[in-house]
Design a protein around this ligand. Structure first.
Ligand SMILES: Nc1nc2c(ncn2[C@@H]2O[C@H](COP(=O)(O)OP(=O)(O)OP(=O)(O)O)[C@@H](O)[C@H]2O)c(=O)[nH]1
Ligand SMILES: [Mg+2]
Length: 237
């Protein structure tokens, strides 16, 4: 199956070359799309440099920092327009191990969405401060209690979609970012009756670069969960 790994970047110069090589080393028959929001550190320029000798690598440049959600949605639309059959979400900071890609590809053969899950067998998180782990864990509990979605890790960002399932939802209507974006995608896809599977992954805290976690991300997700729930009760998607 023709697969694309979408990697949004904002100031990932320290990781970009290594993550691109690591993806191709893990699975040669994939393409990568970097969606860069005009990173001040020159991540985009580094990608262009690599593209000169690497035809599997692509770059979408956006004018400024516009958030993770729209970066992914634009990347997904780009993939659908080009006939990719499978599309991944993955971070640039090595929190997601590229070596897992073949496992996702195996599972997606008979699934519509495969989610890399930190909580499917115990808690698989390395190097996170306890505070952050508790936040993520409670965010997932809260999400599952309110939405009733049968997903243990609804906020994770290492996942693989079948293109058909992305076509079923209106990607231009998604405005959320961070945790909220992950929950919104899962919820909308789940509501279409898609086959969803979680596979265990180990999440490792970012190797280098600066964290962009903020209170906004938490409030956005806390509110979005209710919005999705109420929307679905009143017949929306
Ligand atoms: N294009 C784009 N990419 C972004 C934006 N915000 C974050 N990213 C990228 O999205 C991925 C996930 O963001 P992270 O900052 O790692 O988020 P996180 O894992 O929740 O938090 P930390 O790793 O602690 O910073 C990384 O590859 C980021 O570079 C954005 O506004 N635009
Ligand atoms: Mg990260």
């Amino acid at each position: 199956m023709k697969a694309l790994i979408v990697i949004p970047t904002y100031n990932e110069l320290e990781n970009i070359e290594q993550i691109v090589s690591a993806v191709f080393a893990a699975h040669a028959a994939v393409d990568i799309l970097i969606v860069d929001d005009n990173s001040p550190d020159g991540t985009g320029a580094a990608v262009k440099q690599m593209m000169q000798t690497e035809s599997r690598l692509h770059l979408m440049e956006r004018a400024g920092k516009m958030g993770l959600g729209t970066a992914y949605c634009q990347g997904f639309i780009w993939a659908l327009e080009r006939g990719y059959e499978v599309v991944f979400e993955m971070d640039a900071d090595f929190s997601h191990d590229p070596q897992e890609i073949p496992r996702f590809l195996q599972e997606i053969e008979h699934m519509d969405l495969v989610i890399g899950s930190r909580y499917v067998s115990g808690v698989n998180v390395v190097n996170w401060p306890m505070q952050r782990l508790l936040l993520s864990w409670f965010a997932n509990l809260y999400t599952s209690v309110i939405t009733r979605m049968p997903i243990k890790d609804a906020t994770g960002g290492f996942k693989c979609f079948r293109a058909e399932v992305l076509r079923r939802i209106d990607l231009t209507q998604i405005r959320s970012n961070g945790y909220a974006f992950q929950i919104e995608m899962n919820f909308k896809i789940w509501r279409t009756g898609a086959r969803i599977k979680e596979i265990p992954i180990i999440f490792i805290d970012r190797r280098s670069g600066i964290s962009k976690m903020s209170k906004n991300i938490i409030w956005e997700a806390a509110w979005l969960v209710w919005k999705l729930k109420l929307g679905s009760l009143f017949g929306g998607r």
